[in-house]
Design a protein around this ligand. Structure first.
Ligand code: SF4
Length: 499
């Protein structure tokens, strides 16, 4: 079914309509405007819509008007307010500040993105002086909320500096009063009871990697000191018990674990989901292998096509839906983020799916030597010998970092409205760009969405979800609606006043 098959151009009443895009989903047309209002229309409804033939009282006109698709009926002031709410992130600086505390790591994960070195290379640790300067810059952001995320290498390897950053940032925040939180991305193998006591006491959120069942995880996440899987899952259980002892709601407060999907994982979608469910996880983020760093070198054994990934994704999410129908509460994160945008009219500020993308103005990354990158992915590109995404150093001022030529170029390149394919895409109001991915896979910051795997992945997941919504199975729609429930983890927010 094509629009051109059911209406001729000379009948289109452009003056009666707001700008919209469309795509055939199932038996109907999905229509969306720039703010994400959307409707499914039959062929006849679509014809009447574009010919301006829907009339007050016929039901269709009322549906179109309620979806802000009829020009005369649009409340422009309300729409402007809505735009401002949904684009709130444009009115302030970066929220996510990734501190790479060291390049050292005790694992040898085959897909590792970062330029890891052996545990004796303490010369690759971030120094206290660099860390303090990075915290000073972090607090200059105009964002009312700040997350300092500890990364590596294995960030626990530079434990003293991690603690110093927490204490220094808490002291600064006692005066500045931002919504400050910390998170630690760790393989957990260097954790011990004393460190856990400190992290729990200082409300540092914990996040780890878990690729699925033991054999799958340990095959890729190589650890000479034993089973990485046993260590990670052992600590996950212990930390979750600790949260419960602290009186935190066990439905909400759990270690966040993330899988990276490799070729050996493709046929094991059910076991991966089951592993997460058995550990009490409420969400699985089925992340495709990135094209950065060591992952590119391991492509022959770990890599796969986007079609393979999408087949895996659909099987896994169908299975997750099935589990939900049987009363198991678990969701898939990509789907939950997209559905929040589509069904709840929310903007969760997920940095990979917003416009402009998160590079520089949503997140920045601080390397151990004080270099500052547009994002995590920006430093992964640097680890491969290309400083395209280096926007400065901790010696620069915040204003220089936010306004220099590199930053402006990266932000401009990450705007959907600057992409020839995106401007006519029905998913534009909910989609986004990552300039680092474009650059790495297609050689330019803008890329070409027509043959981009980034676009293919997001368009296909949107198609899958919209197909579910179009079919309208009441049980599935209720589950998908439930996945949009977003509860703030306010326990992890630091006190705003004196400490
Ligand atoms: S990246 Fe692809 S799916 Fe996303 S808005 Fe652009 S054309 Fe559409």
């Amino acid at each position: 079914m094509q629009l051109a098959d059911i209406v001729s151009l000379d009948r289109v009443r452009a003056d009666a309509l707001v700008p919209f895009n469309h795509r055939v989903i199932g038996d109907r047309f999905l229509v969306s405007n720039d703010l994400g209002d959307h409707l499914f229309l039959t062929g006849d409804e679509m014809r009447r819509f574009v010919e301006g033939a829907a009339l007050p009282g016929d039901g269709l006109h009322e549906r179109l008007a309620a979806a802000n698709l009829v020009a005369r009926a649009v409340d422009t002031k309300a729409q402007a307010d809505r735009w401002r709410r949904k684009r709130a992130y444009l009115f302030y600086g970066p929220t996510l500040h990734a501190f790479v505390l060291t390049h050292r790591c005790n694992h040898g994960c085959q897909y590792c993105h970062s330029s890891i070195v052996g545990m004796d290379r303490t010369d690759t640790d971030m120094s206290v002086e660099t860390a303090e300067r990075a915290v000073d810059l972090t607090f200059q952001t105009t964002s009312p909320g700040v997350t300092i995320e500890f990364q590596g290498g294995e960030p626990l390897a530079n434990w003293e500096v991690l603690q110093h950053v927490v204490e220094y940032a808490r002291q600064k925040n006692a005066l500045i009063g931002k919504a400050l939180s910390f998170s630690l991305v760790s393989n957990l193998s260097l954790l011990d009871d004393d460190k856990l006591d400190y992290l729990v006491d200082r409300k540092v959120q914990l996040c780890t990697s878990l690729d699925g069942p033991a054999d799958l995880h340990d095959r890729v996440r190589v650890f000479k000191g034993g089973s990485s899987h046993a260590l990670a899952t052992g600590w996950m259980r212990k930390i979750n018990e600790r949260y419960a002892k602290e009186g935190l709601d066990p439905n909400l407060y759990r270690v966040e674990a993330l899988p990276t999907i490799t070729r050996p994982a493709l046929s094991r979608w059910k076991e991966i989901v089951d592993e997460y469910v058995s550990l009490g996880c409420r969400a699985v983020f089925l992340r495709k292998l990135d094209p950065f760093g060591f992952a590119a070198k391991s492509a022959k054994t770990l890599g796969y096509s986007m079609d393979d990934y999408l087949e895996f994704y659909v099987r896994a999410v169908d299975y997750i839906l099935d589990l939900n129908k049987r009363g198991v509460q678990v969701m898939e994160r990509h789907a939950a983020i997209m559905l929040s945008k589509v069904l709840k009219d929310e903007e969760p500020n997920y940095l990979d799916l917003r416009t402009p993308g998160g590079a520089c103005i949503g997140q920045i990354g601080y390397a151990p030597d004080g270099a500052i990158y547009s994002s995590d992915e920006g430093r992964f590109v640097a680890a491969m010998g290309d400083d395209m995404f280096k926007i400065g150093t901790v010696a620069d001022s915040y204003v220089e970092l936010m306004t220099n030529a590199q930053t402006r170029a990266l932000v401009m390149a990450g705007v959907n409205d600057g992409q020839p394919d995106c401007v006519t895409c029905v998913y534009k109001p909910w989609c986004g760009q990552q300039t680092e991915y474009n650059y790495k896979t297609q050689g330019s910051l803008q890329g070409r969405m027509r043959d981009s795997n980034w676009c293919k992945k997001h368009k296909s997941i949107f198609d899958y979800l919209m197909g579910k919504l179009e079919r309208g199975d009441p049980d599935e729609v209720a589950i998908l609606q439930r996945w949009t429930t977003h509860r703030v983890l306010d326990h992890f927010l630091q006190a705003r006043g004196p400490i």
